[in-house]
Design a protein around this ligand. Sequence first.
Ligand code: ATP
Length: 512
Amino acid sequence: MTQEELFKVLVAHCKEYGFIFPSSEIYDGLAAVYDYGQMGVELKNNIKQYWWNAMTRLNENIVGIDSCIFMHPRIWEASGHVSAFNDPLIDNKDSKKRYRADVLIEDYLAKIEEKMNKEVEKGRKKFGEAFNEEQFRATNPNVLREKARYDEVHNRYKKAEDANDLAEYKQIIVDCGIVCPISGTCNWTDVRQFNLMFQTSMGSTAEGASTIYLRPETAQGIFVNYLNVQKTGRMKIPFGIAQIGKAFRNEIVARQFIFRMREFEQMEMQFFIKPGTELEWFKKWKEQRMKWHVNIGMGAENYRFHDHEKLAHYANAATDIEFQFPFGFKELEGIHSRTNWDLGRHQQYSGRKIEYFDPEEGAAYTPYVVETSIGVDRMVLAVLSHSLKEEKLENGETRVVMSIPAPLAPVKAAVLPLVKKDGLPELAQKVMDALKYDFNCQYEEKDSIGKRYRRQDAIGTPFCITVDHQSLEDGCVTVRERDTMSQERVPITELRDLIDKRVNLNNLLRNL
Ligand code: ATP
């Protein structure tokens, strides 16, 4: 299966098994807005819990808050979002489709890179053991030609980005012959800036209403509560504030399922530190966050850092943690050293002093900030896209299995009476009662046991517990493990411990 096909299968699977539905589907949907179904919400909650506990329980100096989506409009002026939270957009006049000009150019560059990599792979096959990649890249005429093309476009693009030169964006698109994938033409409009914030009005009468924004990030809710938390929590620097919540961005091109949505959820932590220590903390949080990801068990090779060449106006260091999605390595989390820019601006715009008196220094300063920011939905997509597999079994059949890391799985155990009679459902209910306080369990008595196993595989349930006639006599049940499909007889009294060992989130946290 190609990566593209896999993605289509994933989207269909998510709908069929109650993970993710298009929003407002009976009205033909709403672009780039998705709802989580009965399975999706459990997975999402588990991810949030893993993050929240890793932040607020494992770090004594990090506390959580829950600030509102609506905030004073001046906050977004102070933060720079009103003037600068823009994307460069361009329309194709023939297809009437809208694109992000920067993304069109970046995709073009990625294609050149792909061509170079293909040449390298050809060389590797041809020369076998004796292949020297570095030498090949430095001498092969095809690679050199592509590299020169790449460098030329890349340099122009970076210059245009730094200078915010929208006319040059368009010129690059035209010069490179980048066409609209729908119309196939190069008939483009000029490039314009487009603000990504949604607006609404607050107030009961139209005259008295004021324009407010749906927050495009949760971070500002943390900054404007800095003084409250620091004072009431008697927090000493260094300390952090964590928050999980919804954010809204009117994305120009919102494709790729839940990767880029207009309403999404973020998990952000702002860590307040002494000026001058930010690069040290930046390095520490880079390591910590990568560890958190790899610890889930989806393969260290599927993650990489991408350090930013161009820094946002408020940052003095920034990196992305990228994950290998079906459509390539893409940003999953951002880690930014934001200096004292945000607190400084809120101090200026609100007129309130936002400072910390450092008893060790005997002086007051505006704290610096290192931020970690991850999209919950992108994390859900990472887990689902990595976990969905179609396996060929020894007997020639295939099975679809979601091998979601067990502590994140929506349902931890399914309890299945072999038949719907002879007292088996009653005993199975007793097993349910014994387990339901500790784990999210599902009881199923319909269809053959084989079909029930397949359904549980498809939603990623780590354990299936079958109650049969012998269970009535010896108090044992058959436990089938999702990934290996191995089966063992286990006394009902030992079930809780057996499941707990594999699915307890605290075991993941202990490894951090
Ligand atoms: P991108 O470059 O992909 O637009 P970004 O750099 O604008 O992302 P940040 O502002 O750093 O993203 O937001 C932090 C995190 O929030 C991202 O790493 C991502 O996981 C998530 N995120 C941002 N925009 C969206 C979106 N439209 N849909 C889903 N998640 C998002």
